[in-house]
Ligand binder design. Structure first.
Ligand code: ZN
Length: 498
């Protein structure tokens, strides 16, 4: 992503969750006694998505716009073609492939085509077309219906918690009409326990033969490694019975039994298969991460990933700052703790762009193992952009600990300058922390601020002012003399204690 656009999105992420302010804004007064939560409640889902990918632009009109992604190609062990980065639930895709809406042997259903969810990795997009062609070779004319693939560029979509990293695809069932020929529906059709349904007044049923051919095509494709084919329990049984009755090799049937499953905490998948493939071996070198069960055919590449980590560590010490910068970005995507320690050291690189890359990489990787060092750098680092990026990195810290970190930061009044060419604004660390605390805690923000008032070194005047703004309350005319007691009394009277 364009660096300046990235920074703009980062700063937009800092725009206040409740009423806290940035320099160019006129401070509104929050009405009502319920404070911040009442003024701008954050729906749970938004909070969750924010925690997953803080920089994600949210554009909801259909078809969903592609999200531009970039990833540096650095080193010898690097990946090729499309890259699936991160996990199926939190990742994204670089240089993804588009599945044509209509192909010779497949069709993306209208509802899903309108969403623009047509992108995935090369391996997935090519693999599904090979599977559809394979079914059509055995049963001429067979047409595979396709539901959601992924957003172009990957990332979160509102129809599923996964499909983020280009390795998930929803496939409609091959259905038979009353005449025994394939029935092609307009949308996914939910089938009953016998595999039957009525679609637009036509009685239809699950076609064990064609659906099995499709499953078999995926499982026997040498260029793909399948992790899951989610489908309802009843349809799974029909498929496996069909495979065994048609004399398929026992080894193949047992592999099918391994991948076909009704998911435990999700809809039963009685209207589509959800296929997930494993990371391509070369994508693992850039940060593709498999999560969940491993199949008997899973190829463990941890030795190669270890070698890649060593290569990246070496490149992070290159004499060429451009290489150090790229190595930092990839280290941030590899998901390894060992990368975090190196990235913290890179925050003090003599080249500022390298330091900023390292800070951005920490925001992607998470800072679980290096939290203390990151907070110290956030306060002390001479570059304000690094400090902003490290604020973004705090989003990976679990909530209770993050509240404490933000409360601690209320005692720091160093001004941070955000320079976006078009405009600049200045905000002390304390105010950025106030905004984040507000955003994170919602309705509980006042109590967190009252707790913070008791901490040594906290700017009482600033926190008192923010509390008045959040709650619309003037607790006591004597509050300026002893705001801690005044706010504590106010809260106790209102809530029956802290
Ligand atoms: Zn799905």
């Amino acid at each position: 992503m364009n660096r300046r656009l990235g920074l703009l999105l980062l700063l937009v992420a800092f725009l206040p969750g409740c009423s806290g302010g940035v320099g160019f804004r006129v401070r509104p007064t929050c009405p009502g006694p319920d404070g911040c939560g009442r003024v701008a409640p954050l729906p749970a889902e938004t909070t969750q998505v924010e925690a997953r990918r803080p920089l994600e632009p949210v554009i909801d009109t259909l078809p969903l716009a592609p999200i531009p992604r970039s990833h540096p190609r650095v080193g010898v062990l690097r990946g090729r073609g499309s890259l699936s980065i991160g996990t199926a639930t939190t990742g994204f895709v670089v240089h993804d492939a588009r599945l044509p809406v209509r192909g010779r042997h497949h069709r993306i259903l209208d509802t899903q085509a309108v969403r623009g969810l047509i992108c995935g990795t090369d391996e997935l997009v090519e693999g599904v077309q090979r599977a559809a062609a394979s079914v059509a070779r055995a049963r001429p004319g067979a047409l595979l219906t396709v539901g959601n693939v992924g957003r172009c560029g990957g990332g979160d979509i509102r129809w599923s918690v996964s499909h983020n990293s280009g390795r998930d695809i929803d496939l409609g069932f091959y259905l038979l009409g009353p005449d025994g020929r394939q029935h092609v529906p307009d949308d996914l059709v939910a089938l009953d326990g016998n595999g039957e349904a009525v679609d637009r007044d036509v009685r239809v049923r699950f076609d064990p033969a064609r659906n099995w051919l499709m499953v078999r095509a995926f499982l026997t494709d040498p260029d793909l490694s399948v992790q899951w084919m989610f489908v309802s329990r009843d349809l799974r049984r029909i498929l496996l019975d069909h495979a065994a009755a048609s004399g398929e090799p026992a080894e193949l049937v047992s592999r099918a039994a391994e991948v076909l499953a009704q998911p435990a905490r999700s809809r039963p998948h009685n209207d589509h298969f959800h296929v997930r493939i494993y990371c391509a071996p070369d994508d693992r070198m850039e940060g593709c991460q498999d999560i969940g069960s491993n199949r008997s055919w899973y190829r463990d590449s941890s030795a190669r990933v270890d070698a890649r980590m060593q290569e990246l560590m070496r490149l992070s010490r290159s004499r060429d700052p451009a290489i150090r910068r790229d190595a930092a970005i990839v280290l941030g995507r590899m998901g390894r703790d060992s990368g975090a320690a190196r990235l913290v050291a890179m925050l003090r690189d003599r080249d500022l762009q390298v330091a900023r890359s390292a800070a951005g990489a920490l925001a992607e990787l998470g800072i679980g193992s290096v939290r203390g060092q990151v907070v110290r750098e956030l306060v002390a680092h001479p570059d304000d952009q690094v400090a902003f990026l490290l604020f973004a990195a705090l989003k990976s810290v679990p909530r209770p600990a993050r509240v404490r970190v933000l409360q601690d930061l209320l005692s720091h009044d160093r001004p941070l300058l955000a320079d976006l060419d078009v405009f600049q604004w200045v905000q002390p660390i304390r105010d950025v922390a106030l905004d984040q605390l507000c955003r994170l805690e919602g309705r509980r923000a006042p109590v967190r601020l009252i707790e913070a008032l008791r901490r040594p070194g906290v700017d009482v005047v600033a926190v008192d002012a923010r509390l008045r703004e959040l709650t619309g309350v003037d607790p006591d005319t004597a509050a300026v003399a002893d705001p801690v007691a005044a706010w504590t009394n106010w809260w106790n009277a209102r809530k029956g204690g802290l």
